[in-house]
Design a protein. Structure first.
Length: 150
């Protein structure tokens, strides 16, 4: 019940207020802000873990969004999408920029395909989430986690 309330109040309700073009803009702006944080953050093990986590979740979420474009659903965890543990800080910065670019391209494909944004795709913890809810989740997750970069 708590997860359902979270899903409604923090994902679905706020997500419904934007169209996909606005979400594309949100991802671009968020990506720029996070990239700036990584430029001023130290190359440390804790920062590498944070950025690796952000990248892994976004790649995992992108794989779920691809289901809307016809890819088969795969019930998996985000760990398989994380960069290698020994990735350098510079490589993680590049991986984040590339991943965020891939996300905006994926959202553009969704927009061009006129896919119904209320289409539901399963999240491991929160159950079925709409495409817009997934967009909100990915932006919100990256923004919150990036606050841990020092």
């Amino acid at each position: 019940m708590i997860q359902q309330a979270f899903k409604y109040f923090f994902l679905e309700r706020p997500a419904s207020k934007k169209d996909v073009s606005q979400w594309i803009t949100s991802f671009a702006e968020s990506g720029e802000a996070i990239q700036k944080k990584t430029l001023s953050a130290a190359d440390s093990e804790s920062n590498r873990k944070v950025l690796s986590h952000i990248i892994g979740i976004e790649r995992w979420g992108n794989r779920r969004l691809e289901v809307a474009l016809g890819e088969p659903f795969i019930q998996d965890e985000y760990n398989n999408y994380r960069p290698p543990r020994d990735a350098s800080w510079e490589q993680l910065q590049t991986d984040f920029a590339d991943t965020r670019n891939e996300t905006t391209q994926l959202l553009q494909k969704i927009k061009e395909s006129n896919i119904e944004l209320s289409k539901m795709i399963a999240h491991n913890q929160y159950g079925d989430i709409s495409l817009k809810g997934w967009m909100r989740y990915l932006v919100m997750h990256a923004n919150l986690e990036s606050k841990r970069l020092r």
